[in-house]
Write a protein of this length. Structure first.
Length: 168
């Protein structure tokens, strides 16, 4: 596990948006914000440490076209598993390894969005960042990557947290 300590650590600040959202729901139309660009190099692996510092809302974290390899949660190493998106509940912290193995001709979206809430009210409350390859030739295009659509079947959403195992 020492390789994890040597990897570049990136703190994704998308989650701050959800602290604001807990108090300002009626101003949600003002809160869709581009938070940051993350510069990366093709072929490298980066550690993304994501914290949900909100008070009432779970969030879903995803990076367009990239797998999230879960390696740590709540300060404990986990059995490594790939996810296309990951739900992070209030007060939780997770670390993912993301390998920059996609076509570097364009940038990719990083998205954090509210989970298990009324979509009509919260769909505008989305944190968006840009994963920018060093040799990228174009900006991110197209729609944002979709969140999981199991909002009406919350039991299926339980499969993700039940799959997490500590690495002993």
């Amino acid at each position: 596990m020492s390789i994890i300590r040597r990897l570049t650590t990136i703190h994704v600040e998308l989650i701050q948006l959800f602290v604001i959202c807990s108090y300002c729901v009626k101003y949600a139309h003002l809160l869709k914000v581009l938070i940051s660009n993350v510069l990366c190099f093709a072929g490298k692996t980066y550690r993304f440490r994501v914290h949900n510092v909100g008070t009432s809302t779970s969030l879903n974290f995803r990076i367009q076209g990239h797998n999230l390899l879960l390696v740590e949660t709540e300060g404990h190493y986990t059995v490594q598993q790939n996810f296309s998106s990951f739900d992070i509940h209030v007060g939780q912290s997770c670390s993912f390894l993301v390998t920059m193995d996609q076509n570097a001709t364009s940038d990719y979206y990083i998205v954090a969005s509210a989970r298990f809430v009324n979509e009509s009210l919260w769909q505008k409350v989305t944190g968006v960042g840009i994963l920018q390859y060093s040799n990228s030739k174009g900006s991110a295009a197209g729609p944002l990557p979709e969140a999981p659509s199991d909002i009406y079947n919350q039991w299926s959403a339980m499969n993700q947290p039940k799959a997490i195992r500590l690495f002993l």
